[in-house]
Design a protein around this ligand. Sequence first.
Ligand code: SF4
Ligand code: SF4
Length: 156
Amino acid sequence: MGAYFSEIFLGLYSLAVGLSITFKEFFKPVVTVPYPFKTLKMCDRYRGHIELIENENGEPKCVACMMCQRGCPSGCISITTKTETYEVEVKGEMKTKKKKILTGYDLNFTTCSLCGQCIENCKFGAIEFSKEYNLASTRKEDFHFNLLNRLKERNS
Ligand code: SF4
Ligand code: SF4
């Protein structure tokens, strides 16, 4: 008989403890957001896919040195360039110089491991990790990014 009542008592006690925790949490500030209607601001250390950084004129800072592409262990960066010539005055003489211009910067995010090697290799501070995390898709093609176009879209 004693065991019967002690079981009832323990059951009621654990119920009271459980409900007290529920009530305590009920009045605490909400820590979740109704995604996708609201999204969170990601922390500074968050690593989304890489993104090109623009200069003060809205142009990519990238000078097409290819160091990020060469250093990427997954081979997921494809850069295309063109060479332009320009005239410059050196000691009163006009000289023709060549300059590489970035024409395309594609990222295959399906194989990117977010290792950060490309960012470390870039001596011009031209790429960074984005804060993008709304990337769910069942199609692989949706994870192939034209970063140059994305930069233009951001500025338009
Ligand atoms: S983070 Fe790593 S794997 Fe991804 S593009 Fe850069 S170097 Fe390649
Ligand atoms: S390392 Fe930097 S500057 Fe060189 S191609 Fe890559 S992003 Fe451009």
